[in-house]
Design a protein around this ligand. Sequence first.
Ligand code: ZN
Length: 116
Amino acid sequence: MCPNCFSILEINEYEYISKKLRCPECDSFIIMADSRPILITDTKYIKYLTSLNQADIAIIKSILDSVFIDYYITGETTPFGPIDLYINEIDIDEARWLLIDFEFYLSHRTGDNKDE
Ligand SMILES: [Zn+2]
């Protein structure tokens, strides 16, 4: 249950593993601690990128997970919808360094793939 608006939260597999989710009703960011939802209000998350490609997001997640960058993703459960990646402002500089090669790859690939 959302600690802010008290709506029932449906937790998908990713959210269950990451213990982070976003309330679809009130847009609160929630962390599950010992299966108890905690509302995150004092941490600032910055929108880092938007992707339409699940595979790209999967790679980014594996990079960020490997170094325990604090991030969350919205839209992942919506087929073909844009996926937004948000990163904790504390970690964003580190994330930029980690993802610099990957972004280079992305920017080159979109040049010769026009059907997206
Ligand atoms: Zn809520």
